[in-house]
Ligand binder design. Structure first.
Ligand code: C5P
Length: 421
């Protein structure tokens, strides 16, 4: 049996020629035991009849927002709450634009705003519409909101053009959803398959007034490299990132945040679904006690300005003390006594493992492409005790290679910890 059995899948369909493929997707999902409800936009109904989906899923299609009868049955908020996963296939350029603008002008866009379920978008459109900067910038914005984008395929299009913009085949969309929901036995090359990893990356910005903030030099490179490696190793990856200038790695669900408090809020929303939490973000330790409503002015009378700062929440320690508690991994960037400080943090924050990183060497520190780290972890048979900490030094290598090595080790530790329970 696949992980899709009894899963509640909300299938959204917008108005593109590829809508016919979604009928087959609905069929595959129902065959796998999923409960499927279909929501169509008005445009979608011009391409395929709602009756087709009603026959395939055994439920009437939802297509109107302000309909008394539909609201009396399963209202839009109820439908938004009902879903375990939302997939929109095809997602047209128009739908992406409306979602990116946060509009709620029909049932499907309203549901996307109202649901807490993960939303997966399978865009499909003419190749020029796909590559248009407006579409690409809408996609980036949507990824920033946490939407997962399933890249369209390349090839011949219904309009005769050649290029990117084809809706993936229904079997591929089905396999994508199946992989999300199946906790499979890990294959050797995909040790993270079936796991959900939550990662934090980049700096935070702590506003002082409407134009200024406190921050740090974190580039986010290590966190993004880890997110990419985790996705390649088969994990579902949710990356919560501070402001950085890096593209979202393929297959990674990205959420943009700015302050430490926002980072904590976004992490907490996702704990229920997280197996492994890796805190790579350089969170500002302090924020302004009072954020000034207006720009702080310099005056000729004052040569000095005193800012009152208060401590930010420790996101990693908060997650490690929460219930449910994922397997928790931290990073310790230090300039001296690196391993000793890392060891202390592992114990103080009640972590399962910590990556000790010497940032005094500019070749392996902030912003560089290489790294050299040591993984410190608790002996699996004695978790969260005073038993001596184990250490695994990794040779200097690119952040990409280090990330792959680290993730394989972290997955092994995670599975050993699960077995020991
Ligand atoms: O305490 P320190 O900042 O040195 O700890 C580093 C580790 O803790 C990193 O994994 C970092 O992402 C995490 N951290 C956090 N929230 C904070 C401070 C650090 O999650 N407020």
């Amino acid at each position: 049996m696949t992980g899709l059995a009894n899963k509640r899948i909300l299938l959204g369909i917008s108005g593109g020629i590829a809508a016919y493929k979604s009928a087959y997707l609905a069929r595959l999902l129902v065959k796998a035991g999923a409960e499927v409800r279909v929501v169509m936009t008005q445009g979608a109904k011009a391409f395929i009849q709602p009756l087709t989906f009603q026959a395939l899923t055994g439920h009437p299609v939802h297509d109107t927002l302000l309909d008394e009868e539909a609201e009396a049955g399963m209202g839009h908020i109820e439908l938004a709450r009902w879903a375990d996963e939302v997939i929109i296939a095809p997602a047209t350029a128009d739908l992406l634009a409306r979602l990116a603008a946060g509009m709620a002008d029909d049932l499907l866009t309203t549901l996307c705003l109202a649901t807490e379920a993960p939303i997966h978008l399978a865009p499909a459109m003419n190749q020029r519409m796909w590559s248009h900067p407006a579409t690409q910038s809408n996609l980036l914005r949507l990824q920033g909101f946490g939407y997962q984008v399933i890249p369209p395929g390349e090839g011949e299009q219904a309009c005769g053009d050649l290029g990117q913009g084809r809706l993936p085949e229904p079997e591929d969309l089905f396999a994508y959803l199946e992989a999300l929901t199946t906790k499979a036995t890990p294959a050797k090359d995909q040790p993270a398959r079936g796991l959900t990893l939550l990662l934090t990356a980049g700096p935070t910005r702590e506003p002082l007034d409407p134009v200024r903030y406190l921050s740090n030099h974190s580039s986010g490179k290590m966190g993004f490299a880890l997110a990419e490696a985790a996705a390649q190793l088969g994990a579902r990856v949710i990356l919560i990132s501070g402001p950085v200038d890096l593209p979202t790695p393929e297959g990674v669900e990205r959420i943009n945040i700015s302050s430490a408090q926002e980072l904590l809020d976004e992490c907490q929303k996702r704990l229920q679904e997280t197996d492994i939490f890796i805190a790579c973000a350089a969170v500002a330790d302090y924020r302004a006690a009072d954020q000034s409503e207006h720009k702080i002015k310099k005056t000729s009378a004052n040569d000095e300005l005193t800012l009152k700062l208060v401590k930010n929440p420790d996101i990693l320690a908060t997650v490690a003390a929460s219930e449910p508690r994922p397997f928790c991994v931290g990073f310790a960037a230090e300039t001296r006594e690196v391993e000793e400080y890392a060891r202390q943090k592992l114990i103080r924050k009640k972590l399962d493992a910590i990556v000790a990183n010497d940032v005094s060497d500019s070749a392996i520190g902030f912003g560089s492409d290489d790294n050299q780290v040591t993984l410190l972890y608790r002996p699996i048979e004695k978790p969260l005790t005073d038993a001596p900490i184990e250490r695994l030094p990794l040779d200097r290598a690119s952040k990409k290679i280090i990330s792959q090595q680290l993730l394989k080790e972290i997955c092994n530790l995670y599975y050993s910890a699960q077995d020991a329970k």
